[in-house]
Design a protein around this ligand. Sequence first.
Ligand code: NDP
Length: 248
Amino acid sequence: MSIAGKIAVVTGGSRGIGRAICLKLAAMGATVIVNYVGNQAAAEETAAAIRQQGGTAEVSRFNVADPAETEAALKKVQDDHGRIDILVNNAGITRDGLLMKMKDEQWDEVLNTNLKGAFTCIRAVSRVMMKQRWGRIINISSVIGFAGNAGQVNYAAAKAGMVGLTRSVAKELASRNITVNGVAPGYIVTDMTKDLPAEITEKIKAEIPLGTLGEADDVAAAVAYLAGEEARYVTGQFIHVNGGMFMG
Ligand code: NDP
């Protein structure tokens, strides 16, 4: 599954699932642009780990919820490397709360980061990918976007929105040999889920046929497949990496 010489941008590559994706794509031969927004040390750590395994990486700070900043950063990647081959829209946040108590800011922050951020990045790379007549766009959604979850109407709406975004862009860009797919993780052990109370984690585990929470590497493996040449005939699809908790 070689993607040697390809330029890959991973949003939110500094930690968790994004870091595992960065390491995997770099191990497959891509030069990886590790994006972060606040945690520079973590992003540098990801890049250092890639270099240690013999790969090539650089770090790029931009806030995906800020279109001007995002577009400028992605233009710089194009100017520096002459191309962008792979985009993984992984950056995401939660601002949980029950509907009745949810503030506009909680809704806007999650939609602007998780959904509009992906749209901005896709729009920014689409022209160069069309010119190249080769591209891979991979959107990290969530089981919550398919199944829903009490206390996460903002997050679920954003992650479900990524499904429509993925399928529509897949149809728009297919003629230029650009595939657009998604991965929908279940509960994966990262900073995002580490503070869940033990009893909630146990309840979640009980609903997972495979009986355990997933690892970031489980998600990275699905991304690796979609990024490679072997997936050339797959577009507009979602791979569910969730231990069987939702069978979509
Ligand atoms: P983490 O909280 O561990 O990491 C989030 C990453 O996103 C960090 O790299 C962070 O950067 C980056 N980020 C957050 N906001 C922005 C922004 N505005 N601009 C650029 N980067 C940003 O999350 P996970 O690894 O758990 O999740 C990764 C993705 O997978 C998310 O989209 C999440 O919704 C999804 N997911 C996760 C699941 C899980 O169980 N963990 C389940 C299903 C989906 P920084 O380090 O600078 O803060």
